[in-house]
Design a protein around this ligand. Structure first.
Ligand SMILES: Cc1cc2nc3c(=O)[nH]c(=O)nc-3n(C[C@H](O)[C@H](O)[C@H](O)COP(=O)(O)OP(=O)(O)OC[C@H]3O[C@@H](n4cnc5c(N)ncnc54)[C@H](O)[C@@H]3O)c2cc1C
Length: 422
């Protein structure tokens, strides 16, 4: 067995975990591979954040992809970035451009681009002491450990009434989204009540379009998308003690402020509403009525409004991500899942002795923060501590048997292609 780690997914989680394995757990870089179908790492992060027009992250500056919590602040100091352009209050949240530059610097300095395989994992099967993985282009390869870092970004949530495929209806988080208005001034209906919907409505209004924001509920104002107490041990006690996965799921659902907006975005929205730059309809949509010229949007109260374009900012589907690849893995290896369909894993985020998870797939261990940057960092803590213990034990036993010094570097080999195992 030659390859130590294959990380499935090169998003926020995959990149952070690769950095932790290499720079903290001491796994040689050429024994880590990140498989992701995009041309570049973090592609989904860039496309989803760019479209919203957001200038600052919702999370504070200690939540970034590097190891040391103060790394992003130091980076901004070194680059002599103006504080007012780089951070915003409250909580000194970083600008998106700063976060992206810092992430690019990390990728560059650890050479993570060189371990990125632009490929999709289509099958994954535990095999002897490792895992056989099928890449769509490359075929079967063998690895010791798999880390599933698959987010939900490939599964935008489409309401049942949305005319999927209609050229005037788009989901802003659909991979390859090309639905931003290109015309002079359009009537755009933005659907969704969370931070992204409001940011998109503000961006469109700023570009001079006539915007209607359609939400099913009142605006829910929360600074963060879950209580920051979840980052520490105090708030987590009941969750960690809870053995019933259905109860854990309930706690997560209650703790997540889904479809919420922070106070600064709320203030910007209120200003735009007062200035009549945005019209707000608190309504359920019943149907879209297509016409040659425009779309009719019929509300539950019977009213119909006209729009040149409907942009959905309705987030991501709640179902377990990974589709067929994960379904088959579960069947093949008989992996445990909770009632909600999500993996039942141990504290080290192991679903199987050679398969670990992060992001949404780690919901039931990491809790409400699992999908965020903080969740990637929490997953890193858990995974790296067990990898470090393992390599410490391995070093001691090999030193005892060979009489060599403790920290010999491991032999460097590349991922091993294997014959078909279909
Ligand atoms: C607009 C927006 C703003 C956000 N702002 C913040 C914020 O300020 N702070 C915060 O903490 N969080 C924020 N989040 C939440 C979260 O941090 C992001 O959604 C983040 O991108 C999630 O990263 P991820 O790695 O889990 O998933 P993804 O970004 O979805 O990356 C997973 C990758 O895996 C790939 N993949 C999937 N299946 C396979 C396969 N079979 N083989 C190979 N590759 C595969 C996908 O193509 C994708 O590239 C934000 C989210 C959005 C949408």
């Amino acid at each position: 067995m030659s390859q130590e780690w294959l990380i499935v997914g090169g998003g926020i989680h995959g990149v952070h975990l690769a950095a932790r394995l290499i720079a903290e757990a001491g796994v040689p870089r050429d024994r880590v591979t990140i498989a992701d179908p995009a041309e570049k790492l973090l592609s989904r992060w860039h496309s989803c954040t760019d479209v919203t027009g957001m200038r600052f992250l919702r999370s504070p500056a200690v939540h970034h992809l590097d190891l040391h919590h103060a790394s992003l602040k130091h980076f901004a100091d070194e680059k002599r970035m103006r504080k007012s352009d780089s951070f915003t209050e409250p909580y000194g949240r970083p600008a998106l451009h700063l976060f992206n530059q810092h992430s690019a610097h990390l990728i560059d300095s650890l050479g993570l681009d060189t371990i990125h395989r632009q490929d999709r994992v289509v099958s994954c099967k535990p095999h002897r002491s490792g895992v056989l993985v099928k890449l769509a282009e490359e075929g079967w390869v063998e690895t010791q450990n798999v880390l599933l870092a698959i987010g939900t970004s490939e599964q935008p949530s489409w309401p049942s009434w949305a005319l999927r495929g209609h050229n005037r209806v788009h989901h802003v988080f659909e991979p390859g989204f090309q639905g931003w208005p290109t015309g002079e001034k359009e009537r755009v209906a933005v659907v969704g009540g969370g931070i992204s919907a409001v940011q998109i409505a503000l961006r469109l209004a700023g570009e001079g379009h006539s915007v209607r924001l359609v939400t099913r509920h009142e605006f829910r104002v929360h600074q963060f998308d879950s209580d920051p107490g979840w980052l520490g041990p105090r708030v987590r006690i009941d969750f960690d003690k809870q053995r019933q996965t259905s109860r854990r799921r309930e706690i997560i659902t209650e703790a997540r402020h889904r479809g919420s907006i922070p106070p600064d975005v709320s203030a910007a929205l209120r200003h735009a509403l007062r200035e009549e730059k945005i019209i707000w309809d608190q309504q359920s949509i019943e149907e879209l009525i297509p016409d040659d010229e425009l779309l009719g949007v019929r509300f539950a109260d019977g009213r119909v409004i006209g729009a040149d374009r409907v942009l959905l900012a309705t987030g991501f589907a709640a179902r377990r991500p990974g589709g067929r690849m994960i379904n088959e893995l579960i069947r093949y290896a008989d992996l445990p899942c909770a009632e909600c369909g999500y993996p039942i894993i141990d504290k080290a985020l192991r679903w199987h002795k050679n398969i670990r998870v992060t992001g949404p797939l780690a919901d039931l261990e990491i809790g409400p923060i699992s999908r965020n940057i903080a969740g990637a960092r929490a997953a890193g803590d858990r995974i790296v501590s067990t990898v470090k213990q393992k390599s410490w034990r391995k070093s001691i036993s090999s030193a005892l048997t060979s009489g060599a010094g403790l920290f010999r570097s491991e032999s460097r080999k590349s991922i091993t292609p294997v014959a078909s195992v279909d």
